[in-house]
Write a protein that binds this ligand. Sequence first.
Ligand SMILES: Nc1nc2c(c(=O)[nH]1)N[C@@H](CN(C=O)c1ccc(C(=O)N[C@@H](CCC(=O)O)C(=O)O)cc1)CN2
Length: 284
Amino acid sequence: MTAQILDGKATAAEIKSDLTARVAALRERGVTPGLGTVLVGDDPGSRKYVAGKHRDCAEVGIASIERELSATATQDDVEKVVRELNEDPACTGYIVQLPLPAGLDENRVLGLMDPAKDADGLHPVNLGRLVLGEPAPLPCTPNGILTLLRRHGVEIAGAHVVVVGRGVTIGRPMPLLLTRRTENATVTQCHTGTHDLPSHLRRADIIIAAAGSPHLIRAEDVKPGAAVLDVGVSRGPDGKILGDVHPDVREVAAWLSPNPGGVGPMTRAQLLVNVVEAAERGVG
Ligand SMILES: Nc1nc2c(c(=O)[nH]1)N[C@@H](CN(C=O)c1ccc(C(=O)N[C@@H](CCC(=O)O)C(=O)O)cc1)CN2
């Protein structure tokens, strides 16, 4: 078996094309959605992701508001920018690029954001709403993964999904989305403390690998016919992306998300969806 590709790049392009029409409709009503980003420090990966977000904005007609702080920025400096974006009427939604440099309190920064402008769905109020099943902006990578599966016709209802990872952007919220009544998946959450990871992986219909551990998921750990989503981003000595999934998995899985070109573009597309939805809510 050779896996079919879960093509994030093509799916994100479809989403962006739909959003372009919705943004044009908003602009006709005098509303220009604006995405703010807060980038702290000089991590090249974070810089690249933020630049990509603004390129996407330009593509669909969303205005960009960029705030950059140096690696020596203090907690107060970051919080000041967050307060400014909370008050800025041109900013419909914004994100604080994670991770923040060591020494800064990420949770405190996220908690200071206006939940109505939280384009990442990572504010504690919005994560709480997700737990309670109330409407909220959804975290971009988990929601992007669901969209990617749905648009390729991969059955989620009744599937046994193994999520590997427990970080705030993917691992924690992913099972919350998958176990909603609209999705009806059964989830096993694994992490660095899990004993005998392969025994869990082998029972999965869908594997979501977000551990940041290069080639952690090997072909022999994957049930033939499973769908495998590679979310991990590590870098080889040449700077190229090394995903969590070994390339041989292609011969066993029925569906595989490439990395790059799979979940990453979907994360960016879902961010735009959150910004446009916030602007649409604003006009009623
Ligand atoms: N505030 C947030 N911080 C972070 C998030 C997040 O959702 N919100 N997720 C990740 C990084 N991320 C978005 O910010 C992100 C990661 C990857 C991509 C992407 O398009 N990747 C490309 C490859 C790019 C490359 O060559 O490096 C791909 O997969 O094709 C976009 C966004 C952590 N921080």
